[in-house]
Design a binder for this molecule. Structure first.
Ligand SMILES: Cc1cc2nc3c(=O)[nH]c(=O)nc-3n(C[C@H](O)[C@H](O)[C@H](O)COP(=O)(O)OP(=O)(O)OC[C@H]3O[C@@H](n4cnc5c(N)ncnc54)[C@H](O)[C@@H]3O)c2cc1C
Length: 472
């Protein structure tokens, strides 16, 4: 695809010794050649004096300097024409370049192109405009520092440090294992809720939500219609929105907008029953030798056939109750692309399983294949069929543009009395965060209903949220 060539005057318009006109794009050097009626190739970073013709009439002599792609400010072919800074000369040259195929650049378009072509990051791109418009030498110094990448380097260092802290905490202090697997946490929470008088109706999916204008007023399942003062939706966010809330009731989270959001990766899973015990670590992560290519494959909807990264859990080392005596339950998770039309998992899942088992040899599972007595494979397509939008098991991706207030809020802003919890909502995906979404939702509901919660004596109320007065 050819990139439109843009032109503009880089120096102020008026009358001065020199005026600089800049061209950027695929046709920049060609337009410059036509302008000077000189077909000899402009060389990178080399300045040459050439005549400037407008409709075959000589109007000026100028210095032409080329900065060829990718080694230019925008990353495209750039030609700078330094002519005499006469208003009429500059205007005539710009008009002529437009006649020859360029178009007038939009404000900030050179810097936008530099950002889109990876020549500047966002902070540097913003700094360009701030530097140009800086009103004091101190402001100039600050923006120059940003532009030279000093602040970006510091931010990256902080980011790396934070990520290292997480790994350090897990390595140094360990993490908890819920005996019987994570499902027992949910079961225990359910049992506690029942002790408090909650009736839990399983195997009864909500088929329809009922509305009165912008207010949710009821739920229909295959068995019953339920009404309540407040409603909490825990189903995968995009699936719940698309399946249960009509598009016309949603603006911020319309179907169209949901489709444009970015979603996490998915996972290819092996759940293996094995007639052997392995004296290998509870958690092991194998990082592909081509780690970056592997990550790129995941985001570009490709499959890494050669040496994928994977996580293996040998749970029986810590919790023998997870398998019969002398046996093991092995859990293998391979991060892969979310559901995509170019990948048909049913066709390839058995071949991929063999690749995964082969890769596991590098973690010490040499003879695993001969000891498998039961096996379940779950692919992204399977997750997708289990109500997980695009099979993206970690839900809406955690980019800065989809976090904090940019994530679906726990008090759903588009409908009255509806609260959202789960990985696709604020604060985010991952079990601890998901439980936090439940706690935030509960606090909001308590505040609305005037119920003062008893958090085991710990006051975790939001300071800016109305706290109910204790009942006498
Ligand atoms: C293989 C795998 C490994 C993971 N590993 C980790 C990890 O190591 N650490 C971590 O923190 N996170 C991990 N996650 C992510 C995290 O566990 C999940 O994101 C989490 O389970 C999602 O919880 P949730 O409550 O948002 O959704 P879910 O657990 O999917 O709950 C949604 C519920 O809604 C129900 N439902 C759907 N439709 C309806 C309907 N119409 N009516 C009523 N109910 C309905 C579903 O049956 C389901 O029970 C992992 C996820 C997967 C799949």
């Amino acid at each position: 695809m050819s990139i439109a060539t843009i032109v503009s005057q880089s120096t102020p318009s008026g009358f001065s010794a020199i005026g600089v006109i800049r061209l950027s794009g695929d046709m920049a050097t060609k337009i410059a050649a036509n302008l000077s009626n000189n077909k000899s190739v402009l060389k990178h970073k080399k300045a040459t004096i050439r005549p400037v013709f407008i409709k075959k009439r000589l109007v000026d002599e100028a210095i032409f300097t080329a900065f060829l792609s990718p080694k230019s400010y925008t990353g495209e072919d750039v030609v700078e024409i330094s002519c005499h800074g006469n208003l009429h000369v500059c205007e005539a040259i710009i008009t002529e370049t437009v006649r020859l195929g360029a178009r007038i650049a939009e404000p900030g378009e050179y810097t936008k192109r530099a950002f889109l072509n990876g020549k500047l990051n966002l902070l540097q791109a913003e700094s360009v405009s701030l530097l140009i418009n800086a009103r004091s030498i101190e402001a100039v110094k600050q923006q120059t520092k940003n532009l030279s990448g000093g602040v970006t380097k510091k931010i990256m260092q902080i980011k790396e440090t934070l990520l290292t802290i997480l790994s350090f905490l897990e390595l140094e202090y360990g993490i908890y294992h819920a005996k019987g697997g994570l499902g027992t946490v949910t079961e225990r929470m359910g049992a506690l809720a029942e002790e408090l008088g909650v009736e839990i109706c399983l195997n009864e999916p909500v088929e329809e939500c009922l509305f009165d204008g912008k207010k949710i007023v009821g739920l229909k399942t295959g068995k019953n219609t339920y009404t309540a003062k407040k409603y909490v939706m825990n189903v995968d966010f995009a699936t719940g929105m698309k399946g249960l809330i009509p598009d016309k009731l949603r603006k911020r989270w319309s179907n169209n907008k949901l489709d444009k959001k970015s979603y996490s990766c998915s996972t290819f899973m092996l759940y293996l029953g094995v007639d052997k015990k392995y004296d290998l670590d509870h958690h092991q992560i194998y990082a592909s030798q081509n780690y970056h290519t592997n990550l790129k494959d995941v985001t570009e909807n490709k499959i890494t056939w050669d040496d994928p990264s994977l996580y293996v859990q040998n749970v029986c080392l810590t919790d023998p109750s997870m398998a019969p005596e002398g046996h093991s339950a092995i859990y293998v998770l391979v991060p892969v692309s979310n559901v995509h039309k170019s990948i048909n998992w049913d066709e390839i899942k058995h071949d991929y399983r063999d690749v995964v088992l082969e890769t596991m040899k590098k973690l010490g599972y040499d003879d695993l294949k001969e000891h498998i007595v039961s096996e379940t494979i779950v692919t992204p397509d399977d997750w997708g069929e289990r109500d997980i939008y695009k099979g993206a098991v970690f839900n809406l991706a955690h980019g800065l543009d989809q976090m904090l207030w940019r994530r679906p809020q726990n008090r759903f802003e588009e409908l009255d009395d509806l609260f959202l919890v789960g990985g696709g909502t604020h604060p985010g995906s991952g079990l601890p965060t998901i439980f936090e979404s439940g706690r935030i939702g509960a606090k909001l509901i308590c505040s609305d209903l005037g119920i003062e919660p008893d958090w085991n004596g710990v006051d975790t109320w939001f300071p800016d949220l109305k706290k109910p007065k204790p009942k006498r």
